[in-house]
Design a protein. Structure first.
Length: 337
């Protein structure tokens, strides 16, 4: 049995006023623990995308027809709602797991010594994005799976994944001003790649919003565009991203960039290759649900790889406190003759 420490009234009041400070004064996690905490937020950001895709692809988007309750009379799914209610309500419950992962990341970052305010702020940024996306998810249900709100829901989750990846990267860095590892031309090429990848993901949400997976068996409105035309645009953008990735890799080789950026560009190319294969197979097989789900998972991996490429082009040295040298002995003044 673990003995529970006795708390004084002053300690209870302090914990109530500032629980993060109270924990930080009594716990110092290692860098490994902080990294695992932040990684859990990254993983849950991907999991929530995959489970959200499962809700859509199984036609369970309105399994719980209202929000924040599952029905007008029940907070949870009922047996009469069947499998669709279980799937939709399960996805809602995973939001709390995501909140717990983000909360753990915030607590670990705040308790680390020395405290780095920049990491804590990134943790809180994730928290507020999760809260905003939870509200947006409720709006998605209340408006009957309007495809524009569904697309916004996915894009906001991508923003959450971005902040989580930045926080994970910053754990091993310092808080000094970033120093570029490559020239301006290579940096501009990388930003062009990031913009193209962002457009690729955004157009992908339009493909989904105009396609046949509406998210529910009822008559759900679709984005009024030609689905095949948008799918072709999506494929064209994918080839643009691949071409920019190859160009970036050659540019990094040409300028003899450090191994980190070159490895990240190679990883992005491999992820794009796998994602492209899945994309073309699902297109020519009439978009089966399992492949669409894998494609959504792949979109997360693509964006993670893109963010890693961008962050690898600079470094933030860890500030090393100056160590005072040995005192220099002053010579004795010469004695008067």
């Amino acid at each position: 049995m673990v003995r529970v420490p006795k708390l004084t009234r002053a300690e209870v009041a302090q914990a109530a006023r500032n629980p993060l400070l109270y924990i930080a004064e009594r716990w110092t996690p290692t860098e490994r623990i902080v990294r695992r905490a932040v990684l859990s937020a990254v993983v849950m950001s991907v999991v929530i995308v995959v489970t959200g895709g499962a809700v859509r692809l199984t036609g369970s988007g309105l399994g719980c027809p209202t929000w924040p309750k599952c029905t007008e009379d029940s907070l949870t799914a009922t047996s009469e709602m069947g499998l669709h209610g279980v799937i939709e309500f399960g996805n809602r419950m995973l939001t709390y797991v995501l909140c717990a992962a983000v909360g753990w990341a915030i607590i670990a970052a705040r308790s680390a010594k020395p405290w780095r305010r920049s990491l804590t702020r990134l943790g809180w940024a994730q928290f507020w994005v999760v809260m905003g996306n939870a509200v947006l998810g409720g709006i998605v249900v209340l408006v009957g799976l309007n495809p524009y709100t569904v697309a916004a829901h996915f894009l906001l989750t991508t923003a959450l994944l971005t902040v989580a990846m930045v926080m994970w990267q910053r754990i091993g860095e310092g808080d000094e001003a970033p120093r570029p590892l490559v020239g301006k031309a290579v940096s501009q090429l990388t930003w062009l790649l990031v913009v193209a990848a962002g457009l690729l993901i955004a157009v992908g949400t339009v493909v989904t919003g105009a396609g046949r997976h509406a998210g529910d068996s009822s008559d759900v409105p679709r984005i009024p565009v030609d689905w095949q035309m948008v799918a072709q645009l999506h494929a064209d953008l994918a080839w643009v991203v691949v071409a920019l990735t190859v160009a970036l890799w050659f540019a990094l080789k040409a300028v003899d960039a450090p191994v980190g950026p070159r490895s990240r560009a190679r990883d992005l190319f491999l992820v794009l290759l796998g994602q492209g294969v899945i994309g073309y197979v699902q297109y020519f097989t009439d978009t089966p649900e399992i492949l669409v789900g894998l494609h959504m998972f792949g979109s997360c991996l693509v964006w993670i790889a893109v963010v890693r490429v961008l962050l690898s082009l600079r470094e933030r040295p860890v500030a090393v406190p100056a160590v005072p040298g040995p005192a220099v002995e002053k010579p004795e003044p010469a004695a008067a003759g």
